[in-house]
Each structure stands twice: as structure tokens, then as C-alpha cells.
Design a protein around this ligand. Structure first.
Ligand SMILES: [Zn+2]
Length: 466
């Protein structure tokens, strides 16, 4: 019929649809969005610890993967949004469901073209509480904030496609009261003080998952050291007061912290010999009173909620290879980060005159709990729920590391270490899955390993033969 023909779209015309409101991870249904890829975030943050107001402006460079008449960003609803624009064009928007910022661009967005989305927002950030009841996001303390995001804290302080698969480079301009230090990822570009405020500019030039970003700020002593091959290492420790009562550290704790900082170049060298060149253009450590009860491998600057033990420093630095550069694609595969970091602790000890990895494996298999205990009944690749990702049973950590040591024993060092280096080299700056690892292990070893991985990763109970 003629009327219908008149309505038919000409060949090759845009097919406008809305981007998905989620990236589809079963553990975090609101996390991430569909319809576009972000390449860069430029975050301009002004934080006043006295009022606790965070005033932010984000410029997000993205490329639609479909013709978009609507798309979502993730931003927690304790922020009010005062402006959204795409390029020079103001966009319509609304907030819903706790962390969805729904944007209707005009004109609509064409697949394959680059756009810059501007979001101005402000509010008093609250702490994000995880399914396991741990704290993350913009976690306020006596002199600023401890900023950590694994797995879902990033929308607690900036608008983001909070999907670990959508890595991007970052610029940070973080303004804090003069005298305070703000620590973004990557290299320090400048710190400029004007009218009682200091703006700290940092640049991270490697693709980064949003859960690895930071903007920790407060009263810090910041020092810059040099690591292997001229690598700049930024170390910061909270300098406020001298005790936990003032959210600071004692003289003895600061001495221990200095020893941890001094060990970083050697740890990076040992890990580089094991797994391949250090992945990023800077490194560092931030020691603060974060009140979260854990350390986190934020990219280039691990965040320590207190003065760490040396094995924790090794663990967080190992994550720069496994977790930060080679990142999980779905959260259930957390063992690809935690098991590899724990195994790196074992290998570091083995390579520096401590116990062998096999001795540490033997100790770890002697949990002293029966086979019916959760530590044996929850295989690493089948984490049941989001609340179990970092559970006290340490399944992704210890059993993940045991899986690697058992694999080493099975295929031999001459196949195992090149395989591990290939895993890093081939997935650097990217994302990977357990299935990818199994395929690579089989390729590199020339062995069929389904039965091995079935026992270690997918079957409840303590492995007894493999
Ligand atoms: Zn870890």
C-alpha cells in the first residue's frame, strides 16, 4: 500500500534505539550500560571535607555501538545533576532506580562517531554498601576521603559506564583545601594552589576499569621515587596526627610504611621477571585510614587501609598484572584476579628465599576444616552470589592459587611460566574469562586439561587427584 511505502525508511538510514540500562552481569544487574564504548573520562572534582560536598564535572568521550536515541550512565542518586550536554547540544535527562542517569540526546547519536558527553553534578557522597556489607566508593574520613570502588563504588562519585569491560583512559583535576593532597591514578601532571585551594592533576594513559579508579584525598605526605627503568613511584601516607584517634599513624607505623615503600622497586622487578614487564607508566602506594578493612589494587596506586604487611604489598602489586591489566569480564571470575595475586605472593616468596610455592600450597590445603566446609564446597569458578566474591572462606584466593600451583605441577615449569606470560601478554589492557584461561593453558601445554580444571574450578569438595 502506498501509505506504508511512504513510511518505510530508506535503505541505510539510522535505526534509533535506546542503549541497554545494564551490561548484564548477573551479580550486579544495574552495573554498566549498553550501546556505547567510552574511550576517555576527564573528571573535574572539587571536594570540601568541611561541608562534605563534592562538586563534579565530567567530560566523557564515547563512541556509540548502535544508533542511539537514549543511553544511560551510572551515577548514584545522592548527586543532583544540573546539566547534561552532548558536545554543544544540551540533552534531556532524568535519574531513576538509585544509580541510572538516563540521557536523551538531541540530535541523536550515530553509531561509530565520537561524542563528548558533559555532566555537571553535585551532592554529599554516601558510602556504597556491598552485598557482603563492606564499604566502598567515596568513604569519608577525618581529613578527606578514601576512594575505592571494587566492585561497584565508582558511580558513588562520578558518572560512568560502570562495566569492567569498558576500559578508558582518565584525566583527573581534583581540587581540595590547600595543604591537602589528592591522589588520582597515573602520573602527576601538576598541583596548583590558588585562593586557598589546590588542584591536583593526574593522568592515567593505560586503559582502566572503573572499579580501579581513585581520588583519595586528605592530609598526606607525598613522595616520588624511581623504580625499574625509570618508573615513577608515587607513595603517600596520611600525615595527620600520630595515632588512630586522629586518623593518623604513629612514628613506628610510619617507619614500617617507609620500609614497605622502599621494597616496591624490588617487588616490581621480581614480578616483572615472573610475568612480563610492569604494565603501567607509574606505580605507587597510598596508606590512609580508610575505615573499610581491606586494601585495594587501584590502578598504579594501591590503596592501603592502614600500614600493610609486605605480602599485602606484593599482592596488590601483582594485581597490576592480574586484575588491573588483565581484567575479569564477569564478576564471577574473580579468581582470575585474587587467585593469581595470591599465587604471585607464593612465587615472590619462592623467588626471594622463602618457602616454595609448593610448600605454601601444602599449607593452604591444610585448612584444618573438613571437606564439607564452605572452603571446599564452593569451587572458584562457581561463586554462588555477589556476597561471596570476597568471602571469608577465601575460595577465590587460596583455591585459586592452589589451582595455579597444581597446574604448574601438572604441566611442568617449562610450559607453565611461558603460559602465564602469554596470558598476560595476550590479554594486557583487556578482559578475559575462565574459559579463555583454560583454552590458553591447553594451547600452551599441548594437553587436554578439561578434567584438571573440572576438579579444581568447577567441582565441590577438596581435590584429591587431578
Ligand atoms: Zn586481591
Amino acid at each position: 500500500m502506498a501509505a506504508a511505502l511512504a513510511l518505510a525508511a530508506p535503505a541505510g538510514a539510522a535505526d534509533w534505539t535506546a542503549g541497554a540500562p545494564s551490561s548484564g552481569d548477573p551479580f550486579f544487574p544495574q552495573m554498566g550500560n549498553g550501546g556505547y564504548d567510552v574511550s576517555h573520562y576527564s573528571l573535574d572534582l572539587d571536594y570540601d571535607p568541611a561541608t562534605e560536598v563534592l562538586d563534579g564535572s565530567a567530560a566523557i568521550t564515547l563512541v556509540p555501538t548502535q544508533d542511539l536515541d537514549q543511553f544511560n550512565l551510572d551515577l548514584r542518586d545522592w548527586f543532583g545533576v544540573s546539566r547534561v550536554a552532548v558536545g554543544i547540544h544540551p540533552a534531556a535527562y532524568f535519574q531513576e532506580d538509585g544509580q541510572e542517569l538516563v540521557v536523551t540526546p538531541l540530535p541523536k547519536l550515530h553509531a561509530g562517531r565520537a561524542y563528548t558527553v558533559h555532566v555537571d553534578y553535585a551532592g554529599v557522597p554516601e558510602t556504597v554498601v556491598d552485598p557482603d556489607e563492606s564499604f566502598e566508593g567515596w568513604v569519608k574520613n577525618a581529613d578527606g576521603a578514601f576512594v575505592v570502588n571494587e566492585p561497584q563504588g565508582a558511580p558513588g562519585w562520578f558518572p560512568v559506564n560502570d562495566d569492567p569491560n569498558d576500559k578508558a583512559t582518565y584525566d583527573f583535576a581534583i581540587t581540595v583545601p590547600a595543604g591537602n593532597v589528592a591522589l588520582g591514578n597515573g602520573r602527576l601532571l601538576s598541583s596548583v594552589t590558588d585562593a586557598g585551594k589546590t588542584t591536583w592533576r593526574w593522568h592515567e594513559d593505560s586503559p582502566m576499569a572503573s572499579y580501579l579508579t581513585t581520588a583519595t584525598n586528605g592530609d598526606f605526605d607525598l613522595t616520588t621515587d624511581t623504580g625499574p627503568n625509570g618508573l615513577p613511584i608515587y607513595n603517600a601516607i596520611d600525615s595527620k596526627g600520630d595515632s588512630a584517634a586522629t586518623d593518623g599513624f604513629s612514628a613506628a607505623q610510619k617507619t614500617t610504611a617507609a620500609q614497605r615503600f622502599a621494597a616496591e622497586p624490588q617487588i616490581i622487578s621480581v614480578l616483572s621477571e615472573l610475568w612480563g614487564p610492569y604494565p603501567f607508566s607509574s606505580a605507587g602506594a597510598v596508606i590512609d585510614r580508610g575505615h573499610v578493612g581491606y586494601a585495594l589494587e587501584s590502578q598504579t596506586k594501591p590503596m592501603y587501609d592502614g600500614v600493610p604487611g609486605q605480602s599485602t604489598v606484593v599482592h596488590e602489586l601483582a594485581h597490576q598484572w592480574f586484575g588491573d591489566s588483565v581484567t575479569l569480564s564477569v564478576w564471577r571470575d574473580i579468581w582470575l584476579a585474587e587467585g593469581f595475586a595470591r599465587f604471585s605472593e607464593w612465587m615472590y616468596n619462592e623467588r626471594t628465599g622463602g618457602q616454595t610455592a609448593q610448600q605454601q600450597f601444602n599449607a593452604a590445603t591444610n585448612y584444618g576444616v573438613p571437606d564439607t566446609d564452605a572452603r571446599w564446597q564452593s569451587p572458584p569458578a562457581l561463586i554462588p552470589e555477589a556476597k561471596n566474591l570476597f568471602s571469608p572462606s577465601f575460595v577465590p584466593y587460596n583455591r585459586g592459587a592452589m589451582t595455579l600451583q597444581a597446574l604448574r605441577e601438572k604441566i611442568g615449569d617449562t610450559a607453565f611460566f611461558p603460559m602465564m606470560r602469554a596470558w598476560f601478554a595476550e590479554n594486557r589492557n583487556g578482559n578475559a574469562t575462565t574459559e579463555d584461561f583454560i583454552a590458553l593453558a591447553e594451547r600452551e601445554s599441548g594437553q587436554q586439561l578439561d578434567a584438571f580444571f573440572d576438579v579444581w574450578l568447577y567441582t565441590a569438595g577438596k581435590p584429591t587427584s587431578w
